[in-house]
Design a protein around this ligand. Structure first.
Ligand code: NAD
Length: 256
């Protein structure tokens, strides 16, 4: 379905980003990976799916590095057809204790990076009259949770940016939508499980249950594979007129 297209997924060396990159690669898209840590493993996993893969290690908190990454992607594959703004970090603390440096980093990586990558991707997408911008927001783009001020503010911002991007391009073949996962058991969430286990003297399994019990009626984690299939849907012909939605996959979190 996506043969000949190129997808750039930020923060795709791990977790949800890697899951989405694999789902798009299974549909035939060439992939530009990004993120910290080991890139060789993820590159090999994508290459095994029979598509071309490249990697750029831009730090999403730096506009100049995002520009270099977008230029690298265009130079390598001609154009970015599908942009998945996924890179993100978390920090948990009350507002009055929230380190200023963590606030600035979360706003830069979780929100401003999506603005930069989007503004740089749009001209070529509009020229081709086809493009898909998928912002990985969160259920925290729709509702709040205590001790996550920067994350919730950034993710609500991403949902707003999604709507404006969709509207500005509504008469073109370029769509923009957001994905809002509930709990997904990635390294980002495992850290929160570990913190709960330590604070409450629980085992890893017990701490996971407590985390789910607080928010998710399904008592199940959403998987990167499931989120990847939602991204594939947004890229399909059936997604042509899906514009500006914030689509939750959250085990009932926001239905309550
Ligand atoms: P993760 O920690 O597994 O992956 C994050 C990715 O972002 C990694 O590849 C990491 O290297 C990369 N990254 C971090 N800082 C970066 C930077 N400055 N520059 C470039 N890359 C950077 O986390 P995840 O859970 O897969 O999170 C992916 C996205 O999904 C995030 O935006 C997160 O907010 C969102 N999300 C996660 C959950 C969840 O439950 N895990 C729920 C809702 C939303």
């Amino acid at each position: 379905m996506l043969q000949g297209k190129t997808a750039l997924v930020t923060g795709s060396t791990s977790g949800i980003g890697l899951g989405i990159a694999k789902a798009l690669a299974k549909q035939g898209a060439n992939i530009v990976l990004n993120g910290f840590g080991d890139a060789e493993g993820p590159k090999a996993e994508i290459a095994a799916l029979g598509v071309k893969v490249a990697y750029h290690g831009a730090d999403m908190s730096k506009a100049a590095e995002i520009e270099a990454m977008m230029k690298f992607a265009a130079d390598t594959f001609g154009r970015v057809d599908i942009l998945v703004n996924n890179a993100g970090i978390q920090h948990v603390a009350k507002i009055e204790d929230f380190p200023i440096e963590r606030w600035d980093a979360i706003i830069a990586i979780n929100l401003s990076s999506a603005f930069h990558a989007t503004r740089l991707a749009l001209p070529a997408m509009k020229a081709a009259n086809w493009g898909r911008i998928i912002n990985v927001a969160s259920i925290h783009g729709l509702v709040g949770s205590a001790e996550k001020s920067a994350y919730v503010a950034a993710k609500h911002g991403v949902v707003g940016l999604t709507k404006v991007t969709a509207l500005e391009n509504a008469t073109t073949g370029v769509t923009c939508n957001a994905i809002c996962p509930g709990w997904v058991l990635t390294p980002l969430v495992q850290k929160q499980v570990d913190a709960k286990a330590q604070a409450m003297g629980l085992s890893n399994e017990e701490a996971k249950k407590v985390l789910l019990q607080e928010k998710e009626p399904s008592m199940q984690f959403t998987t990167p594979e499931e989120l990847g299939e939602l991204a594939v849907f947004f890229c399909s012909a059936a997604g042509n007129n899906v514009r500006g939605v914030a689509w939750n996959m959250d085990g009932g979190w926001t239905a309550q």
